[in-house]
Design a protein around this ligand. Sequence first.
Ligand code: BTN
Length: 261
Amino acid sequence: MVDIDKIKSSIEGNCFISSVHYLKEIDSTNTYASDKNISVDSLIITDHQFSGKGRLDRSWESAKDLNLTFSIKKRLTLSPAENHFLVCFVSFYVFRTVYKELEESLTENELNKLFIKWPNDILFDDKKICGILVESKLPSNEYVIGIGINCNQKVFSSGIQATSIFNITGKQVDINNLLLNLIDSFSENFKELLTSEFENIFKKWKKTTKIIGKVCSFDSGNGTITNGKIIDLKADGSISIQTGETLTDFYSGDIRITGFD
Ligand code: BTN
């Protein structure tokens, strides 16, 4: 459960988060954060998000009290061509924070199963542990960064390829400490975005994807590729997939890793 007093006293008023909004339950923290009355630098967090939004119009399931579901509202001057660097930044530091949490319980070989699946899902083996939804259709360069981390949930609806930190380590996660570690990490490194260190952000993100060379299926919205080989991830946000002799760059879509080449 969210310990709102601890969260507020640890982060409210620092230079990264100026106010914390806690809701016992809410449909979606992203929808709540998008409201024009919510100021930038706010953190919105709930114990029970009952209608969470995912990428590509999907939903995000999260059981009451067991996980982290929150959004951060930020103002950033990024051009449309730079938006994906925010996604890289967020997924890299979520990856790193979750990695540190797992590090206490897993061997290096096991830790290698944690990776970022293009563009920003965090998976352990083939199961999703974190989802990130960055929304930018807001005025004045405002972004809502929505993050869901499966912490202590044991069972997920059938048909959802998901797992949690608890299911991987067998240990209860202190969700408040995990959130504070993540906010620290964002706040320490946010200058990378403010000073346009995009190449540096991209390099770190690319290293943690671990998907180049793997075989995948890919749904671009206009059709599906099966048995494609991932050739590269490019700094313009695209993924290059080879099928037979054809190499195609995609800028959005849904990828599923199906094997190694
Ligand atoms: C995805 O994997 O497709 C993205 C899932 C993003 C889920 C988070 S949970 C907090 C925030 N509020 C939402 O409605 N969605 C994001």
